[in-house]
Design a protein around this ligand. Structure first.
Ligand SMILES: CC(C)=CCC/C(C)=C/CC/C(C)=C/CC/C(C)=C/COP(=O)(O)OP(=O)(O)O
Length: 388
């Protein structure tokens, strides 16, 4: 039986100098594996290289949070510098307001949830959201056909400038200020740009390992960027690494779900974000996907893929209750809503070629109080309450 590692339980200190220890030693330390149940056709294991690559970022980010080490710019009056550059502090406020508007437009539920956070956290989350959205738009937006690797290099240089307090525009300025206030590392941001580079050149994924790395780049990174801002509950006894692993898992789960929902749409753009080896094992060819016929082979294949995505959601759930209380609701809401897309694919009898899986208005509305309940009481207490 194969396995997917989505969680690692080990003491970060023992990982100081990860690059100096041997591969075998590392694989012993990367310990807790989530295994797939019997009969599952899917399964593959992210290779050590992908997993370690991601894990190093997790550790670094977790280490920053633990040490409460802040960004590079806190030694001087950053707010004044930015305001000085833009001559007027109101501009910065309107930049944050605009970030909020963009978030409200594209991620309504999440935006609603951010209203519970402190103002400073909320603003930082919006600024991060807008940067991710702009990054994504480079390869997915209206001008995407003109995007070259050189343009992505320039975007990365601009990111470095943001982290070094040389913002280019007001959205950048908002992000500059926010990343100076929270222990956010630049690496997940750089990795997201790397994901966009990958998307420019790659349209097939040989195995789950390659897909996992892609999902980390484009979505797992969001989890890592968010936790330092959302904050960990002071009463939490969980290790910082385990919380980061949960955040990473949520990003991966969301992206896998997104991929499964959009199979038809992506195929029409010539892309297949599914592990080629697993497709071959299931007897499904590229042409089958382009043709878009729902067969029993396809249904079985999809069952396995959905099962895998759900396991990442399960892994993510373990970490939500460890976040600071005001940050739990938006995360639960997003998690419950996104997870339902998988149910909807099932309800569509696995036709993700021509039918778009979505969560209906009623379910959306019901998810909000449900998320609030889980955030308040925790998943176990809430289940007990309803089971009585
Ligand atoms: C679980 C813990 C401890 C923390 C939470 C950490 C967070 C906030 C993780 C969330 C990660 C996240 C939101 C990743 C983005 C994933 C994704 C696939 C977004 C899709 O965005 P769009 O493309 O706008 O989606 P739609 O196509 O559905 O509109």
């Amino acid at each position: 039986m194969s396995s997917v590692v989505v969680r690692v339980n080990c003491d970060a200190k023992s990982f100081v100098g990860i690059s100096r220890i041997g591969r075998r030693e590392r694989s012993v330390r990367l310990c807790s594996k989530v295994r797939f149940g019997s009969g599952g056709a899917v399964v593959a294991e992210p290779s050590r290289s992908s997993e370690e690559r991601v894990y190093e970022v997790v550790l670094k980010q977790a280490g920053l949070v633990r040490e409460e080490k802040r960004g590079a710019n806190i030694e001087f009056d950053f707010e004044k510098t930015i305001e000085g550059d833009f001559s007027n502090g109101d501009l910065l406020n309107s930049a944050y307001d605009r970030c909020g508007e963009v978030c409200a437009e594209y991620a309504k539920t999440f935006y609603l949830g951010t209203q519970l956070m402190t103002q400073e956290r909320r603003k930082a989350i919006w600024a991060i959201y807008v940067w991710c959205r702009r990054t994504d738009e480079l390869v997915d937006g209206p001008n995407s056909s003109h995007i070259t690797p050189a343009a992505l290099d320039r975007w990365e240089q601009r990111l470095t400038d943001v982290f070094e307090c040389r913002p280019y525009d007001m959205f950048d300025a908002a992000l500059s200020l926010s990343v100076s206030k929270y222990p956010v590392d630049i690496q997940p941001f750089k990795d997201m740009i790397e994901g966009m580079r990958m998307d420019l050149t790659k349209s097939r994924y040989n195995n789950f390992d390659e897909l996992y790395l892609y999902c980390y780049y484009v979505a797992g990174t969001v989890g890592l960027m968010s936790v330092p801002v959302m904050g960990i509950a002071p009463e939490s006894k969980a290790s910082t690494e385990s919380i980061y692993n949960a955040a990473l898992a949520l990003g991966i789960a969301n992206q896998l779900t997104n991929i499964l929902r959009d199979v038809g749409e992506d195929a029409r753009r010539g892309r297949v974000y599914l592990p080629q080896d697993e497709l071959a094992q299931a007897g499904i060819s590229d042409e089958d996907i382009m043709r878009g016929k729902v067969t029993d082979k396809w249904r079985n294949f999809m069952k396995g893929q959905i099962k895998r995505a759900r396991m990442f959601f399960d892994e993510a759930e373990k970490g939500v209750s460890e976040l600071s209380s005001a940050s739990r609701w938006p995360v639960w809401a997003a998690l419950l809503l996104y997870r339902q897309i998988l149910d909807s694919i099932e309800a569509n009898d696995y036709n993700n070629f021509t039918k778009r899986a979505y969560v209906g208005k009623v379910n959306k509305l019901l998810s909000l109080p449900a998320a609030y309940g889980v955030a308040l009481l925790g998943p176990k207490k809430l289940t007990k309450l309803f089971m009585r």
